[in-house]
Design a protein around this ligand. Structure first.
Ligand SMILES: [Zn+2]
Length: 314
């Protein structure tokens, strides 16, 4: 665990306010009261309940157009046709600011096909997709020291294909750091990992800085579930994967993933969230707007902190 350093987060926040960014109520609240809602986020998420990932893609594009957020679509071939019949995947890429290096914020928007239909994919990973779109909205008009790319990755569930494609492009080579958001729909604790990979210290420092500044409950994992962060790790880009869960579950999951047979948990024990994912139970009922607001704050503050400290180091 890295000791957090105090840095002028209040200056960053003041900058956001001066830039006229509409901040959720959480920003003005005292520590511990960071659970105010992102207005309309649950309504946005409800629109993602569709019968296919192509339909989810169309909804996301529609929301971006409604909000006036510019985007590009990055197409790639599906190399895992045995896992999905869709021939082509489509990442949605939003770009803010400018600079020789990029900071990337990502969340996958695709949901899993179930033996008996199609998952609503609200916890995994619709909520995070909506959250990073709100991060994109907040970035509009901000003075940034980097080019920031907010990417909604496709085909994560069939082998991280969207993120693998992204890092293989020229744009991918510009990435200086990547924040991945996966499973951030309920609870009061922030989880992140997999810690310990050389080269990622700066990103973990930034995450812990946000935990300290915003007085958040954070749990760092050495072993951590795989997501699009692994594509960036494979490409040598400093990265972290972030989630939000109930605090008890966070610790239970830590034990399952890191203590394994010496966890003291009943054999075969799974947390509520673990048994929700990739099942018919991954529905809108599982989502708490307070948790989405918490994840939003974690990602946006960590991103702005990285934007500042990486610029200072250049
Ligand atoms: Zn996921």
């Amino acid at each position: 665990m890295v000791a957090p350093r105090r840095l002028p987060m209040t200056l960053l926040l003041a900058g956001l306010v001066l830039a006229g960014v509409a901040l959720p109520a959480a920003w003005g609240m005292q520590a511990g009261d960071s659970t105010r809602l992102l207005p309309g986020a649950i309504d946005d998420l409800g629109r993602l309940r569709q019968e296919s990932n192509d339909a989810r893609f169309e909804v996301l594009i529609t929301i971006l157009e409604e909000r006036g957020i510019a985007y590009e679509v990055q197409e790639f071939a599906n190399e895992h046709a045995n896992r999905s019949p869709r021939p082509v995947g489509r990442n949605i890429v939003m770009t803010f600011g400018s600079g020789p290096r990029d900071l990337v914020v990502g969340a996958h928007f695709d949901a899993v096909a179930l033996p008996d239909g199609f998952s609503e994919g609200m916890v995994d990973n619709g909520a995070a997709a909506i959250i990073v779109m709100r991060v994109a909205e907040a970035l509009q008009g901000l003075e940034l020291s980097h080019r920031v790319r907010v990417v909604l990755f496709d085909m994560e569930e069939i082998g991280l294909l969207g993120s693998r494609h992204y890092v293989s492009t020229e744009d991918g080579e510009r990435a200086a750091a990547m924040l991945n958001l996966d499973v951030s729909a309920a609870g009061d604790a922030v989880l992140f990992g997999p810690a310990g990979n050389a080269g990622n210290e700066l990103v973990y420092d930034a995450a812990w800085q946000t935990c300290a500044d915003a007085d958040l409950t954070c749990v760092e994992f050495a072993n951590y579930p795989s997501s699009d962060d692994r594509s960036f790790q494979a490409a040598g880009v400093p990265n972290i994967s972030i989630a939000v869960m109930p605090e008890i579950e966070a610790h239970q999951m830590w034990l399952i993933m890191n203590a394994r047979e010496s966890s003291g948990l009943a054999p075969g024990f799974r947390t509520h969230t673990m048994s929700t994912l990739h099942s018919p139970n991954d529905t809108l009922d599982e989502v708490q707007p307070e948790a989405m607001a918490l994840a939003y704050r974690m990602v946006l503050e960590t991103l702005l902190y990285l934007d500042t400290i990486l610029a200072e180091g250049q």
